[in-house]
Design a protein around this ligand. Structure first.
Ligand code: PLP
Length: 418
């Protein structure tokens, strides 16, 4: 029988820079060469044992739970964020899902028609999600000088030149940011909020890293523009539980019941509910505030120290890089090496990260994976190649992180030899 060919009807699948870097690092590892794993941004810290024990105890829970999420869990989430982050959340405006990622997709899919706006650089999945939901995706390029953050005048300019301003505009604002590690201070959020209000922008405030903010004087855009902000978060980062797949969205009353119900509708026709044992364990993670706060506090101090080391070394080597404000990432810009790199035939971020991997074994992701122009000589560096369990037991002054140190020094050395 002849093969049926429907390729032209398939959605385009973007070639993944992550895969390319993974293949190269596997090849190096097989030939026993060093690999520095700065490519993949996953929490290096083990989930606290008290929480994993709750999961074991709850393993027998086999029932489907409420599509919106178990009420006890939603109450625990609301209480936790109200106390720790000064929110004013009610459990009935929270929807729980199998990770915050699918909820972002549910939210985008809840709109029959919308446009999506992303500052570049932005996390890899927003753009494909917007397209899968059938929406045009627009990018606004941010600048190194602005610490890669969206400025109010850029947002205003984008909104004013839209062809049809009646179509809902969904902006995804993520802070602390993946890939840049940057956040907005309160004054900056206020100024952005004014523009958002003027243009009635729907904001997905992706706060998945907010609890891993190093200095707690950063706010949330939802403090200044509550009526238009859906807050997205979960246990993947602060609790180190990415593979547990549990996240939530907070949908403010002002955005209406229809939006919440539309999201519940998409959720019920796709994932049905988050796994019951995970919901039970996550409830304990949020209820046990002391444990959570201590865990968070220690992680942020450790991450801050390691990030500072990387920034100091890279800055000495004339790499442009901003100090991380939260999360696991740095976004070095190698533009000062442009001419030297050109002489070696390197003119794009992807060529740069490929060559760095081939020559040194350091895995980085090019800025273009995050919506930056191809010629941008930027990359994401996840400084998490260390044993989080071991480091966690030590005093801050005693910690060592040999792979991070060796990797950063190898990178500086590579640059010097250009
Ligand atoms: N948003 C950002 C910026 C992320 O980096 C990630 C995970 O890497 C997510 C959302 C998705 O998190 P979750 O595990 O809750 O789906």
């Amino acid at each position: 029988m002849e093969n049926i060919n429907f390729d032209e009807y398939l959605r385009e699948s973007k070639h993944s820079e992550t895969l390319l870097i993974n293949q190269l690092s596997l090849a190096r590892a097989e030939s026993k060469q060093n690999v520095y794993k700065f490519g993949f941004g996953q929490s290096p810290f083990p989930i606290p044992e008290a929480i994993t024990e709750k999961l074991i105890e709850a393993a027998h829970r086999k029932e489907y739970m409420n599509v919106q999420g178990d009420l006890t869990l939603r109450k625990a989430i609301a209480e936790f964020h109200n106390e720790v982050e000064g929110k004013n959340w009610k459990a009935d405006r929270i929807i729980v899902g199998t990770g915050s990622k699918i909820l972002i997709f549910c939210l985008m899919s809840a709109f029959k028609k919308a446009e999506v706006l992303l500052p570049s650089p932005s996390w890899v999945s927003y753009d494909p999600q917007g397209k899968l939901a059938g929406h045009p995706v627009h990018w606004v390029e941010t600048r190194y000088e602005d610490r890669w953050r969206l400025m109010p005048d850029q947002l205003n300019h984008f909104c004013e030149q839209r062809a049809d301003r009646n179509i809902p505009l969904i902006l995804v604002l993520n802070y602390p940011n993946n890939p840049t590690g940057q956040s907005y201070n309160k004054e900056e959020l206020k100024a952005l909020a004014e523009v958002m209000r003027k243009h009635k922008v729907i904001v997905i405030a992706d706060e998945i890293y907010s609890l891993l903010t190093y200095q707690q004087d950063y706010g949330s855009i939802a403090d200044y523009y509550p009526e238009g902000c859906v807050v997205s978060s979960g246990i993947s980062k602060w609790c180190g539980a990415g593979g547990w797949r549990l996240g939530f969205h907070y949908i403010p009353e002002q955005l209406g019941d229809n939006l919440l119900n539309a999201m519940i509708g998409v959720a019920s026709e796709t994932y049905s509910c988050a796994p019951s044992p995970i919901q039970v364990a996550a409830t304990h993670a949020y209820q046990n505030k002391k444990l959570a706060k201590d865990f968070i506090d220690k992680q942020t101090r450790l991450l801050n120290k390691i990030s500072q080391y990387c920034v100091e070394q890279l800055t000495k080597s004339d790499v442009l890089v901003h100090k991380t404000e939260g999360g696991f990432y740095l976004f070095p810009d190698f533009r000062q090496y442009k001419e030297k790199l050109e002489k070696s035939g390197i003119t794009t971020g992807e060529q740069l990260t490929t060559k760095i991997m081939q020559d040194t074994g350091i895995a980085l992701l090019p800025g273009s994976a995050f919506g930056m122009p191809f010629e941008s000589l930027t990359a994401r560096l996840a400084f998490v190649d260390f044993d989080g369990g071991q480091i966690f037991e030590k005093n801050l002054q005693d910690i060592t992180y040999p792979m991070v140190e060796a990797g950063i020094l190898a990178l500086c050395d590579w640059l010097e030899k250009l």
